[in-house]
Design a binder for this molecule. Structure first.
Ligand SMILES: [Zn+2]
Ligand SMILES: [Zn+2]
Length: 355
């Protein structure tokens, strides 16, 4: 198979030839038709995360091996499967969304379909080859979801940005539909979060970003209010926009600056759900944690149950599409660089030549 792979961290992706996997056991081989380019691919490509005063965490220390075909927002067509996947309803040519956040497959969390919380994560596009390739090997049939009538490029984005925001929003619910929910970041994840909130019937959505263009896109997607995160009085402006201290924030950027203004804006019993991987750190004033009884909670992608639930919501027609730019798979590197330069509104989805 051909792959557009990270061969050296921080260097351009290279088109390389890899052996096309032969599925064994419960594995399923798909031909990739769509592969979304996600911001977290940039961190994998750079090979490290910024842990603030704790230094850098290297992905190679976590077991990421190169060359690696990144890509964890994949849709493809079923090609073949191992003998133990027989009788699972697979047919050659079926189009399926690939759930990428796979684990060991045998622990209690994996068996409960909370694969993303497995202690031995083996995510596709991170620890194993993903969708920036002509083929992708999936551990078992339950990691495949039928996109039905959905646009396949859009459906690909549900595997990461979709379930990431859906899972984070679920951690805030239930909430009164007219209480503000603040979304920090109006990139691909931010627009997806607006779409999911609208589909769930939420009416007050406050989008925060440093880019006027992205805030514009957030408005167009249905944000009721926007706050420009440039300048140093963001907390005050955020609280003024929300009509007082904030009860719910999803920080899709999650860097030192955004975490600080989001935390400072929280009211009594407020909740900050941290999703992004921008990096840095947050120092917490401990008495305020207790006195304000606030919650700071992390959220990491989502599970197969959430992917199926989200696809169902989308199939009901309630989920407005995010802006998608289609490009050939061979443009993986330039797509990644444009994302890095902050020049992408919505999502770039790479497509196989024949699509
Ligand atoms: Zn992602
Ligand atoms: Zn496991």
């Amino acid at each position: 198979m051909r792959a557009w792979a990270v061969v050296e961290t921080g260097k351009p992706l290279q088109e390389i030839e890899l052996p096309t996997p032969v599925p064994t056991g419960r594995q399923v081989l798909l031909e990739v038709t769509h592969a979304g380019v996600c911001h977290s691919d940039l961190h994998i490509w750079e090979g490290e995360y910024d842990l603030g005063s704790r230094g850098k965490m290297k992905l190679s220390d976590r077991g990421v091996k190169l060359p690696l075909a990144m890509g964890h927002e994949t849709v493809g067509r079923v090609v073949s499967w191992g003998p133990e996947a027989e009788g699972q309803g697979l047919e050659v040519g079926q189009t399926r969304i690939v759930f990428p956040w796979v684990g060991c497959g045998t622990c209690a969390r994996c068996r409960a379909e909370e694969d993303n919380m497995c202690a031995n994560g083996r995510s596709l596009g991170v620890f194993q080859n993903g969708g920036y390739a002509t083929h992708i090997l999936v551990p078992e049939p339950r990691h495949l979801v039928d996109p039905g009538t959905l646009d396949h490029a859009l459906a690909a984005t549900y595997a990461c940005s979709g379930i990431t925001v859906y899972s984070a929003i679920n951690k805030l619910m239930p909430m009164d539909p007219d209480d503000p929910i603040v979304l920090v970041g109006a990139g691909g994840l931010g627009l997806q979060a607006i779409a999911v909130l609208k589909a769930l019937g939420h009416r007050r959505i406050v989008s925060v970003d440093v880019s006027a263009e992205k805030l514009e896109a957030a408005k167009a997607a249905g944000a009721t209010d926007t706050v420009d995160a440039r300048g140093d009085d963001v907390t005050a402006r955020l609280m003024a926009t929300c009509g007082g201290p904030v009860m719910a924030v999803v920080d899709l950027v999650n860097g030192s600056a955004t975490a600080r203004f989001a935390f400072d804006a929280l009211g009594k019993g407020g909740k900050l759900v941290q999703v992004g991987l921008f990096g840095g750190e947050l120092s917490l004033p401990l008495p305020l944690m207790a006195m304000k009884a606030v919650t700071v909670q992390g959220s990491y992608v989502g599970n197969p149950k959430e992917l199926r639930a989200l696809v169902k919501i989308a199939q009901g027609g309630a989920l407005p599409p995010i802006p998608i730019t289609r490009e050939p798979l061979a443009h993986a590197d330039s797509a990644l660089m444009r994302l890095r330069a902050g020049q992408v509104t919505g999502r770039i989805v790479l497509t196989a030549q024949a699509v």
